[in-house]
Design a protein around this ligand. Sequence first.
Ligand code: PLP
Length: 406
Amino acid sequence: MVDYNKAFETAVDAVRTEGRYRVFADIERIRGRFPAALYHPNNSDDAREITVWCSNDYLGMGQNPAVVEAMQAAAGKVGAGAGGTRNIAGTTHFHVLLERALADLHRKEAALLFTSGYVANEATLATIARILPDCVILSDEMNHASMIEGIRGGRSVKRIWRHNDLAHLESMLQDLPIDRPKVIAFESVYSMDGDIAPLEAVCDLAKKYNAFTYLDEVHAVGLYGERGGGVAERDGVLDRIDIIEGTLGKAFGVMGGYIAARASIIDAIRSYASGFIFTTALSPVLVAGALKSVEILKASNHLRERHQERAARLKQILTEGELPVMPSVSHIVPVKVGDPVLCKKVSDYLLERHNIYVQPINYPTVPKGTERLRLTPTPLHTDDLMSALLDALDDAWTTLKIKRAA
Ligand SMILES: *Cc1c(COP(=O)(O)O)cnc(C)c1O
């Protein structure tokens, strides 16, 4: 007899044994008061106030009054859901306007919305591989799970190049016939280490070896470039990237994903990608909120500048406090713990003793031995909040005897 229950329990036991069993913190965001939130210990109805230090709502746009108002107005005007797939009654005028705004943001002819950034990567990469005959996908080894799944789903040949290693990428390109379709798939900001890919150099290689470029800018859209068009905008290479993929759920503060590209590419993905075709369109309420957010961040650099200043400040005070801040050239501030059990312990300690919430980041999200706290300061994290964080970390590092920076 098959013991079905046992199989599931054994699977979870394995995760527990490795110290990577995940417990979700039950929190309630408080409208307009980010990064403050209410925490419900053990999913109880009791709640106490905490400060969130690990949100991907990088600019607090999810609490921006104009964004919330746009969503309320949309719900009041058109109701809750889209009512169908894009093809069957689900394309609202909000979808059309947002795709237009996203195409413009990335200086592309067209854009296509998906229900999440994950789905955008998975559906698009799988579809590209089916459209380009006999193609080879060259994937950076640190690419996100959604890209890996998409590449797997496309069933093409895949080669993995060492993270941000141009020489390794070039050696792979050299080995392939110039007329064989090649797709270079990579990210701009890698969100766990906070490093940034050399976009221009990758584009140079793509040109030299006649390759197609697919760039995930999920952790950069809204945050880099004069209008929030990402690192490709900042580095002046928007026109050299064939497909740019982004999310509406991180810096834009709402939900959804998209790609932007030449109209012919968008039309093909729209026509073939199962993950786009056979699913209910995003709620127009979400789309209206995202549209407002994109418009606000296009129009002003103010939040982006404050964001960078806050990240630099946090890195500085933690470094001065001899905490092991890992090198990062972006807005991400990783602090190394180096052990999964200890990493969970320090996170619990910060929440219980100091009302500070920062989720432990363990394997398989990061390599074993590099377990860390991943801090994401936003424009709304004040100097006072930073001092409180420094004191709390200092206490945790001392009490739990964690290794300090040299
Ligand atoms: C979060 C993430 C995604 C998925 O985006 P969602 O909109 O959250 O589904 C894709 N790529 C990278 C690199 C990510 O970190």
